[in-house]
Design a protein around this ligand. Sequence first.
Ligand code: ATP
Ligand code: MG
Length: 586
Amino acid sequence: MKEKVKFIIGRIKAGRLQEMWRQTKWIYQYARHYWFAMVFYTLLGLVSTVLALATSYVSKDLVNIITGYDAGSVVKTFCMMIGLNVGTTFLSQISDFAASYLSMRVDAEIKSDIFAKILVTDWESLTGYHTGDLLTRWGSDASAISSGVLNFIPNAVIYVFRFISAFAMVVVNDASFAVFAFLGMPVSLILSKTLLRRMVNNNQRSAAMGAKMSGFNQETFSNIQVIKAFDLIRLYVARLKQLQKEYIGMKMDFQKMSMGTSLLLSTVGLLVSYASYGWGIYRVWSGAIDYGTMTMFLGLSGTLTGTLSNLTSLVPTSIGLTTSAGRLMDILDMPREDYSADDEVKAFLEAHRMEGVSLYVNDLQYSYRNGTEVFRHASMEAHPHEVVALVGPSGEGKTTMIRLILSLIQGQDGGALLTGGDESVPLSPSTRKLFSYVPQGNTMFSGTIAENMRNVMPEATDDEIIEALKLACAWDFVERLPEGIHSKIMERGGGFSEGQAQRLSIARALLRHSPLLLLDEATSALDVATERRVLKNIMTDEYPRTCIVTTHRPSVLNICKRVYAIRDKKCVVLAEEEINEMIRNF
Ligand SMILES: Nc1ncnc2c1ncn2[C@@H]1O[C@H](COP(=O)(O)OP(=O)(O)OP(=O)(O)O)[C@@H](O)[C@H]1O
Ligand SMILES: [Mg+2]
């Protein structure tokens, strides 16, 4: 026997239940800040259970007084009954209010926490997830948790209490009725066991499907131009329909299963109440109990079967909750970035802001996780007031070098550091505050030009913004806009040409006054003359900036201090003749 118990406990520990327990603990680590509200909610539930039981007791008295079994005041008992009913209604409203307060607060807390955590998750790990998937996890899964958090432990406590107290009341009044309370139990137990596995499966499939659909919608809407241009409208509508068909099919499968379950449970409930009805009539007929007790028992048997099915319904709720928790934990379990050097970097920045900061990359080795080796013993350096270029054919590793410099990815060997005077700090996520970065593609946010600029420097004055726009050769077209720097930019730079949006992005980076500036093909959409002007402005600006640009176009190379070509996974300094040759052959 002991062996058997040990075996069962072992299986429980190793299997789903242990996983669910871990997920439950995770969920309640959010809810625990609201323990007071939760205890309040649970107490309300317990009190309303007591009121409901008292109501059945009073109704027994009332029936007995009316049928003449008992002496007593009808009016008084009736008033008591009404009082109890009003009390119950009132309590259930307060408890609904507490429930929605709790779930909204927990929702906001989970979402803001996960939002912040996703943002500090290691970039390379995060790229393994589609943004649609991330959005679904952050949105739907977090909501599932917050709205279900109450239905889990507090409701379990309330239901168990309700069951036990109703059962005790039955036993005290007529123990023979107690049998009926358990009639439905075997069916509920068997059902919940078989349901468990199928529900876990279904929940996971449904979440994966949701993520797929949200990814599809998001990609479609953000690439609407391409879809139109390639005449793919019909194809995309058909694809959506196909996805919807799959989704509905899956949901209907599940619905059939839950319909079967509900039918079975209701039938059991009906049978139990018929049986207690029959038994009650027999007991009254044989003179063992009075009418009042019978009505009370009928009410209580309803409470007992109802509570039992409530308890059974906690199974799907808890499965849904823990599945969602598991999906969020997948994300949160990924490695986080290390910002522990923040203070050191801040002090370093303050000490060397005026003289500028140099960058040294030494013997760096890097392969992506899929095995693509990009750098082997790569070294390069850049100093204040210099524009250093990084050139090379597409796919050689220019963007990868920028990512390494920004510590979005970490080299497997070798090092990279920033120096100011004779002090230095190694590159880490903390050193990003020393950089301004203009990536490939359009990166303006929706809002006005000024708002975009103040995103990176909240205290910037209009004059400072205009100064940065001038440096980036953007002022000539912004000046001509009717609303100037308060003109609206639409999503992803909409409303401006590609080259104008690039100049705005550069101006934003310059405004930040960071010691290091990284431009990744950030001038590719400009005409050569403007491109040269922008780079010259940056070089001659009195602020001591260290600037690294990647480019395909050799036309700007002869104004750069040094040009590195990525060759054989190394950074090679190009001699002047080579640069001139590149310019001639362009
Ligand atoms: N996230 C990634 N995971 C795996 N491999 C990657 C990833 N990003 C880039 N690569 C690979 O690393 C190599 C260098 O890519 P990178 O983007 O650095 O090139 P690039 O020089 O910037 O090219 P381009 O001029 O086209 O922008 C390429 O072979 C590319 O396929
Ligand atoms: Mg690139």
